[in-house]
Design a protein around this ligand. Structure first.
Ligand code: ADE
Ligand code: ZN
Length: 336
């Protein structure tokens, strides 16, 4: 059992969340509510039946059901309601700042205009009880031409998102497939991140760094297979946005007790803890901290480190980061 002081600290400590797909925060209850609102038919008769289907064997088996769930989103109000629900939940977990992924191609492919998607999500962020910014993700199972067209569609809304990312099916879709669209995003002054080393090999992490010029690696847990890469990631203080519950649900690790979070920290890597797709993987960001600390030899000093890392890795001004750093230290100095 997790010691009460540690449990309380994990819940109450100020933190940033940097790896959350907003479509992955769509709870089954809201899926059903939106399906009814929009007269969309679902393959599952009840909320319980849908939840029962959340047993995944790998990333692809999850993505199939995740894209089906997103099919109920049609109007800006739908996107607003989904995002507002996540932000309320994050606030309750003492998340001070969230950087939120969204997948426009999942919606534009169904005829929902890009403007509708970003309008609803962005307004919810503006109205939120915490600070939040948006990262537009390209779906890597689609072509680079489609990603380029999406970025062009997004350009009139440049002030509403801070970066671009790369998600969806990793294996067979290496970062270099998206070299040109990331170069264009860089010219636009956008921040760059990419999922790499979730199911894919360490070489995908390397090409995300060398070819895409990313500033953070999403997941990256497979870096430990390559000691030279670990050395580089440590030297460059490259953040890894790790998602413990996701890694168990998608079978990247068998059980939480064999997750490599503690080993990543011991190697000196700039690890952060995040929820990925909280509605599908059994919990929001605090549930991820609690599950990892429950199963692994992690202590208060690791909690402080992870909270610091979360703000250090955020796309915030240095002054803002210093203020959050001081807030984290003030919080932990009272405890030990
Ligand atoms: N899209 C939503 N969640 C994802 C994940 N864990 N990996 C890749 N793409 C995703
Ligand atoms: Zn992800």
């Amino acid at each position: 059992m997790l010691e009460e002081q540690l449990r309380n600290a994990l819940q109450a400590m100020p933190k940033a969340e940097l790896h959350i797909h907003i479509e992955g925060s769509l709870e089954p209850e809201l899926i059903f509510e939106l399906a009814q609102r929009n007269s969309v038919s679902l393959a599952y008769p009840t909320v319980e039946a849908l939840r029962q289907a959340y047993a995944f064997s790998d990333l692809q088996s999850f993505l199939d059901i995740y894209y089906a769930g997103a099919s109920v989103l049609l109007t800006a109000q739908d996107f607003y309601d989904m995002t507002a629900a996540y932000l309320r939940r994050a606030h309750a977990d003492n998340v001070r700042h969230a950087e939120i992924f969204f997948d426009p191609q999942t919606h534009t492919a169904r005829g929902v205009p890009f403007a509708t998607v970003i309008d609803g999500i962005w307004r919810a962020c503006r109205d939120a009880p915490i600070s939040a910014s948006l990262i537009l993700c390209f779906l890597r199972h689609l072509s680079e031409e489609e990603a380029i067209a999406t970025l062009e569609e997004a350009e009139p809304f440049r002030d509403k998102f801070v970066g671009v990312g790369l998600d969806s099916s990793e294996l067979g879709h290496p970062p270099e497939k998206f070299a040109r669209v990331f170069a264009r995003a860089r010219e636009l002054g956008l921040h760059l991140v990419a999922h790499a080393g979730e199911e894919g090999p360490p070489s995908y992490i390397e090409s995300a760094l060398d070819i895409l010029n990313v500033e953070r690696i999403d997941h990256g847990v497979r870096c430990l297979d390559d000691p030279a890469l670990v050395e580089r990631l440590v030297r460059e203080r490259m953040p890894l946005t790790v998602c413990p519950l996701s890694n168990i649900k998608l079978r990247v690790f068998d059980v939480m007790g064999s997750h490599n979070l503690r080993r990543l920290l011991d190697a000196g890597l700039a690890v952060t803890v995040n929820s990925d797709d909280p509605a599908y993987f059994g919990g929001y960001v605090n549930d991820n901290y609690l599950a990892a600390f429950e199963a692994l030899p992690l202590e208060l000093r690791h909690a402080r480190q992870l909270a610091h890392n979360s703000f250090a890795a955020a796309f915030l001004e240095d002054e803002q980061k210093r203020a959050y750093r001081a807030e984290v230290d003030a919080f932990f100095d009272k405890l030990y």
